[in-house]
Each structure stands twice: as structure tokens, then as C-alpha cells.
Write a protein that binds this ligand. Structure first.
Ligand SMILES: [Zn+2]
Length: 244
């Protein structure tokens, strides 16, 4: 059934009956209520876990406090998140030779990139941006800052036009383009990647920009598909799922 001026498609979650809102061209879908998501890739339907940043945590963790949360100001955007896995063998000089010493030092010394002590994630937008460079920059900021997102069940996946395999290719390009000054992406280029997860991250409208205040990720609002932005502004705050 098509409803609304943007021809959004309402699907129902096979697990819990929750709403799944999709735009034409979407490849990944997530239930707004439970953790179920699925994607269309290689002609197959694959299940995956889908979560959103826990709103209470986000409001507390965000510099500047909760004052910015007003009606219609927060836009939830879908991202792919890949857990980085240690390579079978330690990095060789040849592997890291292309990485400038300063970036190599951050990769090695900064605790948030220590795979033996933390779960480390690489991020890539599931939504379309007008310029690939914007997607690369978002990927670099999120992967460099490693925000300690607390997640809750349910996600908002409308506009998720990139399936996980496309996001993985994007991540490789991002790593090639920005790995010489982004320690997170440089590390991503050397590591294996675990199963993809869809996470929706809250961005605030600040003038002409969309800003995720915890990581500092930002990009021009004009780069988003108008349909996605319009749909999202109409979107009422999702029911806050159980904190996981
Ligand atoms: Zn569900």
C-alpha cells in the first residue's frame, strides 16, 4: 500500500507487527519497534540487527545538553556499522607504509582503537549523499571518534539505499581516500570486518547543516534527498525501546 505524497511504503515487521517505513529505492529495512532488520542484496533477503541510538543517552552525552531537542529538529539517519576484527597477522611495515607516521601513531596509541580492549566499529552512511566525499567525511568522523553509543531496539531505516555490500565498498574507497589523515579509516583498511549492523543516528538541524553532536559529524542538509528529509520531519519520535 502506498500512502502519502512521497509514496512511502508501509511494511509490517514479520516478527512483532511494528511499522517499517521505506522509500522507493531502499535496500535495507528496519522495524521501528524491535531489533529486526533485513536487506536486499545479491537478489537475496538477509536478516540483520537494527538499532537506534538510545535517545536518553544521546541527550545526556551530547555537548550542549538537551535544549536543542525540539519538534521536527531531529532527523534519524541510517548508517551501517561494521565491527573491526584483528587481522590474522600483525600489521607489517608494508601494510602501514602508506600511512603517515602521525596517523600510524594514533592508530597504535589511542585507546579507542585498541581492538584487544574495546569493540571498535567502522561506520558508513546507508543513505545517499549528493557527493561521495560527504559520505567519506561522515565515515571518517564517526570512525575516528568511536562514540560509545548506547543503543536501544528499533531503527529508522527510510532512505537506506545502500545495501551492506555497497557500504563495504564505500568504506574501502573512504579508507583509500582519507586513510592518510584518518586513523579510524586507516585502521579499517587493515582489519577484517564483522557482520554489518544497521544503526540509526540522530542528527539535529542547525541552520543549513545536520549535526550529530556526540561525534561532531556534520554535513550540509541540502545533500539529503528531499523526500527523506520531508518524511523524517513529519516523523514523530519513535517509541523509546527497551534499553539494551
Ligand atoms: Zn519488529
Amino acid at each position: 500500500m502506498f500512502t502519502g505524497k512521497w509514496k512511502t511504503k508501509k511494511l509490517t515487521c514479520p516478527a512483532c507487527g511494528g511499522d517499517i517505513t521505506a522509500l522507493p529505492g531502499d535496500r535495507a529495512f528496519a522495524c521501528s519497534r524491535c531489533e529486526l532488520g533485513f536487506e536486499l542484496a545479491d537478489g537475496r533477503v538477509g536478516r540483520l540487527s537494527a538499532n537506534q541510538v538510545y535517545r536518553g543517552w544521546w541527550l545526556r552525552a551530547r555537548p550542549g545538553g538537551p535544549a536543542g531537542e525540539g519538534a521536527g529538529k531531529v532527523v534519524l539517519l541510517p548508517f551501517w556499522r561494521f565491527e573491526l576484527t584483528s587481522p590474522a597477522q600483525a600489521f607489517t611495515l608494508q601494510d602501514t607504509g602508506k600511512v603517515p607516521p602521525k596517523v600510524r601513531k594514533s592508530m597504535r596509541d589511542e585507546e579507542r582503537f585498541d581492538l584487544s580492549r574495546h569493540r571498535v566499529f567502522a561506520y558508513y552512511p546507508a543513505f545517499r549523499t549528493a557527493h561521495a566525499q560527504t559520505a567519506f567525511n561522515l565515515s571518517a568522523t564517526l570512525t575516528d571518534t568511536q562514540p560509545a553509543y548506547e543503543l536501544s531496539a528499533g531503527a529508522y531505516s527510510a532512505g537506506a539505499v545502500h545495501a551492506s555490500d555497497a557500504a563495504e565498498r564505500g568504506l574501502c574507497f573512504a579508507s583509500e581516500h582519507l586513510g592518510d589523515h584518518s586513523p579510524g579509516l586507516a585502521l579499517t583498511g587493515l582489519c577484517g570486518r564483522g557482520s554489518p549492523q544497521l544503526v540509526s543516528l540522530p542528527f539535529e538541524r542547525r541552520g543549513a547543516e545536520l549535526v550529530e553532536g556526540v561525534s561532531g559529524a556534520r554535513f550540509p542538509a541540502g545533500e539529503l534527498d528531499e523526500s527523506l528529509l520531508a518524511l523524517n520531519q513529519e516523523y514523530k519520535s519513535p517509541p523509546e525501546g527497551e534499553k539494551t
